[in-house]
Write a protein that binds this ligand. Structure first.
Ligand SMILES: [Zn+2]
Length: 276
């Protein structure tokens, strides 16, 4: 990867979750401190976590959800550059002291898009993206007939995927990869997709995410697993970040355009808009 910046997506967050779960499940939060961060919508309610036990480490889309034995929920969103680690480093925003080993959890976030807050369990009024999340892409509720219903909007398919509403956890990288696999142009109006294309896209999203999960996520400029390792999926990317390089399917040049403000990569031959 050439120093590209991208957001941790579902496979990266799931990789972090799997690393955190054995450490944090059952741990009591002894102390919670904001470091270089101010209380506000991104950092709220941490004092309510003190003295409480973490009962699980769950994930919805790209959100980590840690239910506490008080009935509250600690919600962590890594944003673009968030890293959770037992070691103190630079750009620290939150420190949790734990009755576990290691005994501290640090939240580092260079670009400050992350979130770290405690809310009553299931009360996501301050988190509209979480409240409106579509089904988990690797769960039983994501299948072609359901997906087709969620695509009955005129919005461009890539924009709609990024909204997280038709399906949770698909961000910029995996949207590009899945659309390329399913041979769908990123600007195609969602409602114009044929039933066959919807089924292809559903399958492609599942495949791309599963493959990336097996590789522990994509190597990004800031993303690290809890153990400080980069992910391994970067070399498997087939279209994302490959503008100017040949399409791996047909050899035409991959093009880059901007959709919903995000760099978007597609093959102009394999992924065509229907003639007007
Ligand atoms: Zn192609």
């Amino acid at each position: 990867m050439k120093g590209r910046s991208a957001i941790p997506e579902l496979p990266e967050v799931e990789t972090v979750r799997l690393e955190l779960a054995p450490w944090l499940t059952g741990a009591v939060i002894i102390g919670a401190a904001l470091l270089d961060a101010r209380p506000g919508p991104k950092y709220a309610g941490l004092e309510r976590a003190v003295g409480r036990r973490i009962t699980a480490v769950n994930r919805r889309g790209k959100f980590l959800l840690l239910p506490l034995d008080s009935g509250d929920e600690l919600i962590i969103h890594l944003g673009m550059t968030g890293v959770l680690s037992p070691q103190p480093t630079s750009h620290l925003r939150v420190k949790l002291e734990l009755d576990a080993t290691p005994s501290a959890l640090y939240f580092r976030d260079t670009r400050r898009f992350g979130r770290f807050l405690v809310v009553p369990a299931g009360d996501y009024t301050s988190l509209p993206t979480l409240a409106a999340l579509g089904p988990e892409p690797l769960g039983p509720d994501f299948y072609p007939a359901q997906f087709a219903k969620a695509l009955r909007v005129k919005t461009a398919i890539k924009t709609h995927l990024l909204s997280q509403r038709p399906v949770a956890g698909v961000g910029n990288i995996y949207a590009d990869e899945a659309l390329w696999r399913a041979r769908i142009h990123p600007l195609m109006p969602s409602a114009h997709l044929s039933a066959q294309s919807v089924a292809c896209l559903c399958q492609a999203i599942k495949e791309v995410l599963r493959e990336s999960l097996e590789a522990h996520g994509t190597t990004l400029s800031d993303y690290r697993t809890v153990n400080g390792e980069a992910g391994g999926f970067g070399s498997f990317l087939q279209v994302y970040g490959r503008a100017g390089e040949p399409c791996l399917r047909c050899g035409r040049t991959i093009e880059r355009l901007v959709v919903a403000g995000r760099g978007t990569h597609h093959c102009p031959h394999c992924q065509q808009l229907p003639a007007q």
